[in-house]
Write a protein that binds this ligand. Structure first.
Ligand SMILES: Cc1cc2nc3c(=O)[nH]c(=O)nc-3n(C[C@H](O)[C@H](O)[C@H](O)COP(=O)(O)OP(=O)(O)OC[C@H]3O[C@@H](n4cnc5c(N)ncnc54)[C@H](O)[C@@H]3O)c2cc1C
Length: 305
C-alpha cells in the first residue's frame, strides 16, 4: 500500500465508461469516500436491451435504458460527477495517469477502464430498430430463453455460427446456421456437424430485411427464409485502445487480460465489464466492478475519518 501524501488536484480514480460496470465501480469508490470522476461517451450496449430477464433483482424484466438510469441515479446519490465526453488519450506522467479528450485533461492515481465493446452488425436497414423489436438479438446467453421454439437464424463465419447454433438448440428445434463466408455450399465437414446437431446449414444470404416481427433472408438462388429471430455472431470490437497504448496485455480478440483483482498488466490500470476477456453480462460487469473498486481503494493511501 502506497504511503505518499495525497495531492488535492489529483483524482483517486478516473473511471472511463458509464455502463453498468463503470457506474457500479464509481458508486463503490464514492462510498469508500474516494475522489472519483466518470467520463462517458454515451454508447453503452445496455441501451439496446429491449428487456432483460436475466438481470438479478428484476424478476419481471427491465429495459436497458431504465437499468442505466438506475445505475446513474445510484452514482448520483453519492455525488459522482459524470462527464459526457470521449477520452482520446491515456498516458503516464510521473506516478499518475493523465486522460484527455482533446480539450480537457484529468489526472488520476488509478484508472478503471469500463469502455465495453462495439458490436459488428449485419447489413440490414434500421438495425437499431430491429434490435429494439427483438428480431435482431446480439446475445444468446442473455435472451436465448425468450426465443424458445422460434425459427432462429445464426449469421456468422461457419465455425462460429455453428457453435452458436449448437448453443441455441437448447431453446429451439428450428435453428439454421448461415455461414457468412460460404456461398451456396458450406463446407462438407460443417454440414456433417450441423446434421449431427439437428441444425440446418446454409450459405450467406445476399439480402436481409426485417418487418412484422421477423427477418427475411434472401439467398443467391432466389429462395428466401423467414426467421423469427436472427442472431448475428460477427464479433465485436473491444474498446481497449487506451490500455493498449500503455502496452496492457490483451487476448487474441483485443480484450484485456486482468488478474483476480481486475488489474491489467499495467500497475494501477484496472479493467472491468465487456472490455475484459470473458463472459459479456451485466452480472459479470457489476461483480468485476466491486472487485476492482475495492482493490483500487486498498491500493490508495489510507483515508481515515
Ligand atoms: C441487444 C443486447 C441485449 C443484451 N441483453 C443483456 C441481458 O439481457 N442481460 C445481460 O446480462 N447482458 C445483456 N447484454 C450485454 C450487456 O449490455 C453488457 O454486458 C453490458 O452493457 C456491459 O457493460 P459495460 O459497462 O462493460 O459496457 P457498456 O455498457 O457497453 O458501457 C461502456 C461505456 O463506455 C463508453 N466508452 C467507450 N469508450 C470510451 C472512451 N474512450 N471515452 C469515454 N467513454 C467511453 C461507451 O460510450 C459506453 O457508454 C445485452 C447486450 C445487447 C447489445
Amino acid at each position: 500500500m502506497s504511503t505518499s501524501a495525497p495531492r488535492d488536484d489529483v483524482l483517486d480514480c478516473l473511471v472511463i465508461g458509464a455502463g453498468p460496470a463503470g457506474l457500479t465501480a464509481a458508486t463503490y469508490l464514492a462510498r469508500y469516500r474516494r475522489k472519483v470522476v466518470v467520463i462517458d461517451g454515451g454508447r453503452s450496449r445496455a441501451r439496446w436491451i429491449p428487456a432483460s430477464h436475466n438481470c438479478p433483482g428484476f424478476p419481471f424484466g427491465v429495459a436497458g435504458d431504465e437499468l442505466l438510469q438506475r445505475f446513474r441515479a445510484q452514482a448520483d446519490e453519492f455525488a459522482v460527477p459524470i462527464v459526457p465526453t470521449r477520452i482520446d488519450t491515456l498516458t503516464r506522467e510521473g506516478g499518475d495517469f493523465v486522460a484527455g479528450d482533446g480539450q480537457r485533461s484529468w489526472r488520476a492515481r488509478q484508472v478503471i477502464l469500463a469502455t465495453g465493446v462495439v458490436d459488428r452488425l449485419p447489413e440490414i436497414d434500421d438495425a437499431e430498430q430491429a434490435i429494439a423489436s427483438g428480431v435482431l438479438r446480439l446475445c444468446a446467453v442473455c435472451d436465448g430463453y425468450e426465443a424458445r421454439d422460434e425459427a432462429i437464424g445464426v449469421l456468422g463465419p461457419g465455425e462460429v455460427a455453428l457453435g452458436h447454433a449448437e448453443f441455441l438448440r437448447t431453446f429451439s428445434r428450428r435453428v439454421t446456421a448461415l455461414d457468412s463466408q460460404a456461398g451456396d455450399a458450406p463446407d462438407a465437414t460443417l454440414r456433417q456437424r450441423a446434421a449431427a446437431g439437428g441444425i440446418a446449414l446454409r450459405g450467406a444470404p445476399v439480402r436481409l430485411a426485417w418487418r412484422e416481427g421477423a427477418c427475411l433472408a434472401t439467398f443467391a438462388d432466389g429462395s428466401s427464409e423467414r426467421f423469427d429471430t436472427l442472431y448475428p455472431v460477427l464479433g465485436a470490437d473491444a474498446q481497449s485502445a487506451l490500455a493498449q497504448a500503455l502496452h496492457a496485455a490483451v487476448d487474441e480478440g483485443g480484450e484485456l487480460r486482468v488478474d483476480s483483482s481486475m488489474q491489467t498488466s499495467v500497475p494501477g490500470l484496472y479493467a472491468i465489464g465487456d472490455v475484459v476477456s470473458g463472459l459479456n453480462q451485466i452480472s459479470v460487469a457489476v461483480g468485476q466492478a466491486a472487485l476492482a473498486a475495492t482493490a483500487v481503494h486498498r491500493q490508495l493511501p489510507p483515508n481515515p475519518r
